[in-house]
Design a protein around this ligand. Structure first.
Ligand SMILES: Nc1ncnc2c1ncn2[C@@H]1O[C@H](COP(=O)(O)OP(=O)(O)OP(=O)(O)O)[C@@H](O)[C@H]1O
Length: 586
């Protein structure tokens, strides 16, 4: 069962259908109990009126007892079925919600990196936590209540017709007025609900940013400022909520006044029909009971409709994200048995999706040869890390291509590529879990021997063995229980355990001491066929590189060995001199 007011694409339906398939028995059971509860409930007012007629006319004990017995049986039947219906459907909702959350999370993990730069973290987490719950309610709970109320309403109208068709038409005249009120109310309610959802996402984002950056907040003493910022966002939500609640209060008042006027008319005409002998007192009592139930039903339908409008915005957003195709395809299938690791950046032009007006690389070409170490140097912000991101296929260049062993990167199998091209970044991210889990991240079958071998190469084995639980030590959220250098060495081990053919070290030396740096370099020198790309600010560390490439203005400015570049007395020479002066001043 899947229900939404937005027209979802075929993919959304497929996801919904696939998601709800295991719930079919539960949904079918729920539907059976729903029907039973509705039928039983509908007959209770009828027998109440019957009892009143028996008591008001000539008392017949047999008839009285029979009417009371049926009333009791229908009451018990309705309560038992309603309880079972609620329980079974809640199980179905919970299971459906879990599946939608997993599907959405999976869809997010497949998106390209640019997606996460243009979308806010608070927005995505709100979509995963709040919108999926709202959507599941739309899909299951509201549909259940709508169906139940709709069937009940139809049954009641037919029973009311059999009691007095004139009074029934009178009562039904209220419906167009209620419909008009509803229409005006819905338009405002939906607009305000959407605005509230967006404001909540902004508030979540503000809170999330502060929690993750609490050290910066503390060191700049901006706690008050951040609290005010969060308070302002909450005030926006509060303002919108007040407006939404005011609209709702006015609507409820207008609707109740309409209902009251209708009851006065009904009693007036009911008395008239009894006087004319067109209905009995018991019939009028049954009719009034049905009418008030009908009123409850219409109120429920109205509430559910409003609630659904609230959830429809959320469902639409969830469907949009579920349907979104990543802009960087992962359809490549090439998985050669042997990979040399020969990389060619061919005439790349690139601008980040979040800032498409600013060109970062222009007509950029670079060759990385197997068994050689290439160092990328240059002033900050000139595009060194961008080259790494492109080699990792986090982004696609607008023009040009990157070839690996003469084949475009996009033709390679995604998993294969990321096993063969490994990066250690300047700010490595670890996940909560053990050291062992972090080193073997993404390689479930990796043996402890291989993990230890990689840790030794990364100069991490010694410090790991000194920890109480060794490789099973928890690193804490984001690796928070380790020092920067320890995190860095675990990240190096994580890259090395994959035995990559192309290894990229993006400014790793900034958090390593000289000893660790030497040991890591020695270990890397023992992998003679590996293509090594090193980005460094400390030029001392790359003097032995086979090729040093200076990047400036998104282009290759100079290339050559350390000696060749020093002799040229160009940009590299100036960088060296600047560094020397900076060191002397320091
Ligand atoms: N995700 C991004 N979205 C938009 N612009 C970005 C993004 N990442 C980097 N940039 C911009 O692209 C340019 C190149 O950045 P890049 O990180 O590649 O420089 P870099 O040479 O590695 O700098 P550093 O030595 O400081 O690490 C910079 O101007 C930067 O502001």
């Amino acid at each position: 069962m899947c229900f939404t007011m937005r027209t979802p694409s075929v993919d959304s339906w497929r996801i919904c259908a696939a998601g709800s398939y295991p719930d079919y028995p539960l949904l079918f059971g729920g539907l059976v109990f729903l029907t039973l509860a509705v039928i039983c409930e509908m007959f209770i007012p009828f027998y109440t009126g019957r009892v009143i007629d028996i008591l008001g006319g000539q008392y017949q004990q047999y008839e009285f007892l029979t009417a009371v017995l049926f009333m009791g049986l229908y009451s018990v039947g309705s309560s038992a079925s309603a309880g079972c219906r609620g329980g079974v459907l809640l199980c179905a909702i919970s299971s459906f919600t879990r599946r939608i959350k997993v599907k959405l999370f999976e869809a997010y993990t497949k998106q390209e990196i640019g997606f996460f730069e243009t979308r806010k973290t608070g927005e995505l987490t709100s979509r995963l936590s709040r919108d999926t719950n709202l959507m599941a309610r739309t899909v299951c709970l509201n549909v259940n209540v709508l169906l139940r109320t709709f069937i009940k309403t139809l049954g009641m109208i037919s029973l009311m017709m059999s009691l007095s068709w004139k009074l029934t038409f009178l009562v039904l005249m209220e419906t167009p007025i209620t419909g008009l009120l509803q229409n005006v109310y819905d338009t405002h309610y939906q607009r305000l609900s959407l605005a509230m959802q967006d404001s909540m996402a902004l508030a979540n984002e503000a809170a999330g940013e502060v929690v993750s950056g609490i050290r910066v907040v503390r060191s700049f003493k901006t706690e008050k400022h951040e609290t005010n910022r969060y308070d302002n966002r909450l005030m926006d939500i509060h303002g919108l909520k007040t407006r939404r609640d005011t609209v709702r209060a006015i609507y409820l008042l207008a609707r109740r006044l309409t209902g009251l006027a209708m009851q006065v008319f009904m009693l007036y005409y009911g008395r008239l029909f009894i006087q004319r002998g067109q209905m009995t007192t018991g019939n009028l009592v049954s009719f009034i009971l049905y009418q008030s139930n009908l009123g409850d039903n219409i109120r429920t339908l109205t509430y559910i409709f409003g609630d659904m409008l609230n959830s429809v915005g959320a469902a639409g957003k969830v469907f949009n994200d579920l349907d979104r195709k990543p802009q960087i395809s992962k359809d490549g299938t090439h998985k050669p048995d042997q990979l040399k690791g020969h990389v060619n950046f061919c005439c790349l032009n690139f601008a980040y999706p979040a800032n498409s007006n600013k060109s970062v690389l222009q007509d950029f070409s670079l060759e990385l040869k197997p068994g050689q170490m290439t160092a990328l140097v240059g002033p900050s912000g000139e595009g060194k890390s961008t080259c790494v991101s492109l080699l990792e296929r986090f982004y696609e260049p607008q023009d040009g291509d990157i070839l690996l062993d003469n084949k475009p990167l996009k033709s390679y199998d995604h998993r294969f590529l990321h096993k063969k091209v490994a990066v250690v970044s300047q700010d490595p991210v670890l996940f909560s879990g053990s050291i062992r889990y972090n080193i073997a991240y993404g390689l479930p079958d990796c043996s402890l021997e291989k993990i230890q071998e990689a840790a030794q190469k990364a100069n991490a084995h010694e410090f790991i063995m000194q920890l109480q639980k060794g490789y099973d030590t928890e690193v804490g959220e984001g690796g928070g229980q380790l020092s920067k250098s320890e995190k860095q060495r675990i990240a190096i081990a994580r890259a090395l355990v994959r035995q990559p053919q192309v290894l990229i070290l993006d400014e790793i030396t900034s958090s390593l001491d000289a000893d660790s740096e030497n040991k890591v370099q020695e270990a890397l020198a023992n992998s003679p066929n590996q293509t090594l790309l090193v980005i460094a600010h400390k030029l001392k560390t790359i003097e032995k590189a086979d090729q040093i490439v200076v990047i400036g203005g998104g282009k290759v400015e100079e290339r050559g060995t350390h000696q060749e570049l020093m002799d040229m007395k160009g940009s590299y020479y100036k960088l060296q001199k600047k560094l020397f002066t900076d060191d002397a001043v320091a």
